[in-house]
Ligand binder design. Sequence first.
Ligand code: NAD
Length: 614
Amino acid sequence: MSSIPLRNIRPILSYYQHIRFFQQPQRYTVTVTDEYRPSTKSRSSIKGVELLRNPALNKGMAFTLEERQHMGIHGLLPPAVVSQDIQALRVMINFHRMNNDLDRYSELMNLSDRNEKLFYRVIADNLEELIPIVYTPTVGLACQKYGLVFKRPRGLFITIHDKGHIYDILTNWTEQHVKAIVVTDGERILGLGDLGAFGMGIPVGKLQLYTAIAGIPPQDCLPIMLDVGTNNEEISSNPLYIGLRQKRVTGKEYDEFIDEFMEAVVQRFGWNCLIQFEDFASQNAYRLLERYQKEYCTFNDDIQGTAAVVLAGLFGALRITGKKLIDNTFLFVGAGQAACGIADLVTHAMIREGASPEEARSKVWMYDVHGLIVDGRPQGDLEGPKAPYVKKGKPIKDLTAVVDYVKPTVLLGASGVARLFHEAVLKKMAIINERPVIFALSNPTSRAECTAEEAYRETDGRCIFASGSPFKPVVYKDKTFHPGQGNNAYIFPAVALATVACAARHVEEDMFLIAAQKLGELVSQEDLDEGRVYPPVPAIHEVTVKIATHLAEHLYQTKKAWNYPEPQNKEEFIRMQLYDTSYEYFGPKTWNWPEQHSSSRTVQSMDENIILDS
Ligand code: NAD
């Protein structure tokens, strides 16, 4: 889109007004949220040019004449006053004029540096188009080019050389009441490997989704990069690299560093500050989750969030095939943290359906870089989280032969390797199953195990397909298929919203199962008929509120919520806490008194009395 004629702007604006969904928050008497927000007093003390430079407060040309005069910014802006609707329109027109997604990403980040409310308004209004820019797949590209994209810090960088001083660094963050942290050490960014400090794009993007999708206020969120070095020499030798140029620190020193970080967060922001681990390498991700899960308010999105979103997609698929979970055989291609997390939650769900742990595990097969994971295979490598799924069987390497041997009803790719589901594999799935379930989950799009088009074509349009990164609708034999995107964004913002709103102490495994079940239920029959196993992305905010409400009910019911007194209406309680993207009013705060008490009237009456007396 290069230009929009003026006569067309009005209908577009009314469209924008209709699709806005962030409601004006009302005060809710029992929540502690308000007292945590930065006080209006400290905000109102910011005046003059500083107001325009503060992205949390700046409204750009939307400041009214009265506000401009009152706040000492009159003359610093062009004379026209424009509404947020027009500003949002201008952003999107400029956005569409850009030539590539990296430029679009940079443009949006620049906007968030200038005008935070407008940034979130624009994202919230255009979720389907903009989630793939601020998050996967474009954020992956942005991380690879972070040296170019980086303009100003949006979180904290804590290095291994700061060991012993982590608390001091946390006190440098000006927001006093951070409620949610997303932290990475940059070792396994999406499917792209070790990107070191360039990985900061991930916590930043995830927390932007906390706000855009779940309505968690941005001032409550803190992105953190724990820089312990990088083993990626291509990156560290880049003159634009922003992190420590040294090999990764591992072992005891690394563990002590992370321990200190966790303790410092609690000391600085309290025991219920949520810490989401993101894109740590497998060898650390599982270990750290086990170590901190019961002590802190923490979860790992790559393991638990992925597991929940994939399980939800499976629940959706089962509504199409009419089977129960236990009636299926699952083959995971890739046996890393994503695959093992999914396998664990699927097993947990089968046990909840009534299966024994042995029976449930017997339904799950795994295949990794060495081939099928079976006892005594020559390459070994059978330890760690995949251990419960080691089977007795033939050590087969060829994937088509493995599919023939295992006869899976569900094939899931979480290998980070493109095109592993080639023609023969897909055709074999279609021979074995009437409705094969095929999830190619690896990110970014270029690493997906197969494309949506390949999956529908090679299975003659019979497969139920979902992917990790978005694919456009596919037309096959005159039918349009809408591939589902197993985007973690359906789960982690909802889990975070419920945890933060209810002041839960821990993020327990059951929360992910409950979130997955609810997400599976929220897929409409119409969506299923079109081949979608997830609700459409534009509905993600409403879906998130529903999941968070359901989780809040669970947390209060099981006495795991600590925000008291208990709110009666959980959905209203959740909605009260949502960030409002409409602008604050900065004019003088005035109010009226009853007429007989107004000062002019009193003086006038006094005059009358004086005249009468004399
Ligand atoms: P990981 O490094 O922990 O695991 C990768 C696994 O793939 C390992 O078991 C490895 O042996 C296996 N593998 C590598 N090459 C292979 C090959 N040629 N054939 C078979 N297996 C092979 O990585 P991870 O964290 O588990 O992530 C894997 C992928 O899943 C990534 O691309 C990531 O983006 C994706 N992922 C998707 C979602 C989502 O869709 N919601 C969420 C998280 C991760």
